[in-house]
Write a protein that binds this ligand. Structure first.
Ligand SMILES: Cc1cc2nc3c(=O)[nH]c(=O)nc-3n(C[C@H](O)[C@H](O)[C@H](O)COP(=O)(O)O)c2cc1C
Length: 333
């Protein structure tokens, strides 16, 4: 997720079990072949032989662009730099990106989706898989299936479908049943995405879409243990307890410590507030902390404020098992 999930966030989120793969922020392709530093900036994991997070979860490199020759040239560049998989973004709703003919704007013409995927697929041949990500359309869903088939015909080996149109932005609901219409018609695996915040959402998204796999976006930031929660439930049938505040504070502190190695404190301070802002959408204690700390400008003060004890931050007991979740989370870390 652009501006939000960088390599450090990927590293922290994948410390917990549950993720099979992750994706970089998009690399914007306009016309020229981009220099290696651009790819390394978006995907520092290229420096590792496995192009994976330190826990071994593969990182797929995402390209966003509209011009088939330019996409092909940059796909070759990424391949030479060691990318293990390339994903094409046809979902970005940003006005600036769409105005310059990128992201979701291509969904208005499925032939352009196919041409972009085909150009990248033939540029990398069988060396690495090419995957794609779409929304259900630009302004309406009339061409949702056509766009999905176009990606498949172009050679995509997997398709992630965000169950909203571009004009729907991020407004709930995500139309998981529409993802099902696509899933039923494609031969390649389809992954359901959009509005999966809880274990219940996960199961509903799977049931309504018929997809075996889902992609987590904001839900993983709001609850960094969401993927682990899903994996644990699938493996055992038991539910992990709510993520306690102290676990959230610990991941934010680790985030600050890692970001501080390369970024000024001022920038790290706003990145922490950004993540806390995502957490507050789903957690009352995070919301309280955000409200009381959002005006702080010094990183050390912000970190102290996050770690300070609060009566309300006691770990909740798991309703089904009675387990104490903080201990479970520490053991899993
Ligand atoms: C701030 C932000 C940045 C995003 N950047 C990207 C991106 O670079 N590539 C991408 O494929 N999707 C991107 N997305 C979309 C998410 O991957 C996801 O499809 C969308 O948020 C719906 O899933 P969710 O409801 O689980 O968040 C971004 C979303 C947000 C909110």
């Amino acid at each position: 997720m652009e501006g939000v999930i960088d390599s450090i966030t990927r590293e922290l989120l994948t410390r917990q079990p549950g993720f099979d793969w992750t994706v970089t922020e998009f690399v914007r392709v306009v016309d020229a072949r981009l220099p290696p530093r651009v790819f390394h900036k978006h995907c520092p994991e290229l420096a590792r032989p496995d192009v994976a997070t330190p826990s071994g979860v593969p990182v797929h490199l995402q390209l966003l662009g509209a011009d088939p020759p330019a996409l092909a040239a940059n796909a070759r560049q990424a391949l030479e730099l060691g990318a293990v998989s390339l994903d094409l973004n046809f979902g970005c709703p940003a006005k600036l990106v769409n105005r310059h003919d990128g992201g979701a704007s291509l969904l208005r013409d499925p032939r352009r989706v196919e041409a972009a995927v085909a150009a990248v697929s033939s540029a990398v041949g069988d060396a690495i898989p090419v995957t794609a990500k779409i929304r259900l359309g630009f302004s309406d869903r009339l061409r949702a299936l056509e766009c999905a088939l176009a990606a498949e015909n172009g050679g995509a080996r997997q398709l992630v479908v965000h169950g909203r149109t571009r004009d729907e932005g991020y407004r709930p609901p995500a139309h998981w049943e529409w993802i099902g219409r696509i899933h039923r018609r494609l031969r390649i695996p389809v992954v359901a995405n959009g509005d999966i915040w809880t274990l219940e959402d996960y199961w509903k998204a799977r049931t309504l879409s018929g997809c075996r796999d889902v992609m987590l976006g904001r839900g993983a930031l709001a609850d960094p243990w969401l993927a682990a929660r899903i994996r644990h439930w699938l493996a055992t049938g038991e539910r992990l307890g709510e993520t306690p505040w102290q676990a959230r504070a610990a991941i934010l502190a680790d985030f600050a410590a890692l970001q501080r190695n390369t970024l000024p404190d001022r920038v790290v301070t706003s990145l922490i507030k950004q993540w806390l802002n995502h957490m507050r959408a789903r957690d009352a204690e995070a919301a309280r902390r955000f409200a009381s700390l959002k005006r702080l400008t010094r990183l050390d003060e912000l970190l102290l404020g996050l770690q300070a004890d609060a009566g309300a931050a006691q770990p909740a007991r798991d309703e089904a098992t009675g387990d104490e979740p903080a201990r479970a989370l520490r053991e899993r870390a």
